[in-house]
Each structure stands twice: as C-alpha cells, then as structure tokens.
Design a protein around this ligand. Structure first.
Ligand code: UDP
Ligand code: MG
Length: 153
C-alpha cells in the first residue's frame, strides 16, 4: 500500500542553503512528490503542528524556531515512506544522528535539526491535513515505476 508523509525543510535548512540537497535525497531514493509549498509557518500553525509536545520544556522554543523564517513543506509518497524517511533523517539531535543521515551529515545542534518528517500514519494524516487541502495533492505515475519499485516475486 502506498503511503504519504509530510516532510518539511525547516527554517535552518532554508537559511543554510540546503533545501536542494535535502530534497534531492528523497528524489533520488525514488519517493514521489505529491505536494509542495514554500511558506512561512505561522505561530498558530506551529502550535497545532507540535501540539503533542505541548507542556514539554522545548515546546515554546520549537514553535518559535519553526515559525521564525520560511520553510519548504512537502508531501512525499511511496510504500513504506514514513519509516524510510525517518531513517534518512536520522536521530532528532544532530550531534547524535548517524553519519550518512541528513541530520548526521549536516547538523550538530539539539533543536536546529533541518528537517521534519511524520513519525506514524496517524501523524502523517493529521500533519498533511494541516498544510494541504485534498485538491493540492497530486496523483500521477512515474514512467519508470517498474524500475523503481520492481519486485522479484
Ligand atoms: N526539539 C528540541 N529540543 C528537544 C526535543 C525536540 O528543540 O529536546 C525540537 C526539534 O526541532 C525536534 C522537534 O522539537 O525536531 C520535535 O521533536 P520530536 O521529538 O518530535 O523530534 P523529531 O520527530 O523531529 O525527530
Ligand atoms: Mg516528531
């Protein structure tokens, strides 16, 4: 079953000129882009996005961070995309993330970690709904989908 996830190049990713590099990792992996929006996330939207962290010591900080400057918000699609993209992002804190992951390669910060990715089907559905209306999500086929997603069974 194909799956969708919300990926955000956060303000530090944009300010550090890394958007193309981060997006190309998902593109080269074979994920399909289904929606994209360049925007400055409002404080109100940031609070909704991170509502599960409300009350935690870093909540106000992460709301301020993600709404501080523009972000690139995307929906990517593939079978198993949520787990794969979380692995590609690496651990939450840049200084703990494995080399080879996005955060491991480009961040050594705690909170400024370049990228957001939904962590479950439930959060993906909620987060995609916060940023996109259904008519902004595009369905199409890749001409080389057999080469990208081929199976031997
Ligand atoms: N964060 C932070 N300090 C913390 C934990 C999280 O600044 O101690 C920020 C960080 O930007 C992180 C976001 O809050 O990406 C959401 O935290 P979560 O635990 O959901 O991490 P993620 O799912 O992004 O890996
Ligand atoms: Mg999270």
């Amino acid at each position: 079953m194909t799956q969708r996830t919300l990926i955000i190049v956060k303000p530090d990713g944009m300010q550090r000129h890394l958007a193309g590099e981060l997006i190309s990792r998902f593109e080269k992996k074979g994920f399909k882009l289904a929606a994209a929006k360049f925007m400055q996330i409002t404080e109100q939207l940031a609070r909704k996005h991170y509502h599960i962290h409300e009350g935690k010591p870093f909540f106000e900080g992460v709301v301020k961070y993600i709404s501080s400057s523009p972000s690139f918000v995307m929906v990517w699609e593939a079978e198993g995309v949520i787990e794969m993209s979380r692995k590609m992002m690496g651990a939450t804190f840049g200084y703990e993330a494995q080399p080879g992951t996005i955060r491991g390669d480009y961040s050594c910060s705690r909170g400024y970690n370049l990228i957001h990715g939904s962590d479950s089907e439930q959060s993906a559905e909620y987060e995609i709904g916060l940023y996109f209306s259904p008519d902004e999500i595009v369905s199409y086929d890749f001409a080389d989908s057999d080469w990208l997603y081929g199976k031997n069974d």
